[in-house]
Design a protein. Structure first.
Length: 127
């Protein structure tokens, strides 16, 4: 992967959003394996998980907490040297509201799948 090959980052991020927006245990397991490397991890202010099963369980839990919502990319993907960053929103399919938004930094494995995700929240619902 060259330092300026943006398609590799865009492909990885597309797989990442596909995993986040997949429901159903079998489909989600496949989407997580397509997006993350076997030693993959995900960390944000509320989660710190490692491995396919834990990542899939975290995503499934998010769907339970926010039924009828999907994750969407905001802006463009910016990357270099196996590292990329991008913004996202969690959007209600019904009314377009986006109560949660943030940005993620990902590190890619040599095969183009995600090795690590470091997530940050820019907007969260007030409790």
């Amino acid at each position: 992967m060259s330092a300026h090959d943006t398609s590799a980052y865009e492909t990885a991020v597309a797989r990442y959003f596909e995993a986040w927006n997949t429901e159903g245990a079998d489909a989600l397991a496949k989407a997580v394996a397509a997006a993350w490397s076997e030693d993959g991890s995900y960390t944000d202010p509320q989660s710190d998980v490692y491995g396919y099963e834990s990542i899939a369980a975290m995503i499934a839990g998010t769907h339970e907490q926010f039924p009828g919502f999907e994750f969407r990319l905001t802006g463009t993907v910016d990357g270099h040297h196996h590292v990329a960053r991008f913004g996202w929103e969690l959007v209600s399919v019904a009314d377009g509201s986006a109560p949660v938004a943030g940005s993620d930094v990902i590190v890619l494995a040599d095969d183009g799948r995600i090795r690590t995700v470091h997530g940050f929240f820019d907007r969260v619902p007030q409790a």
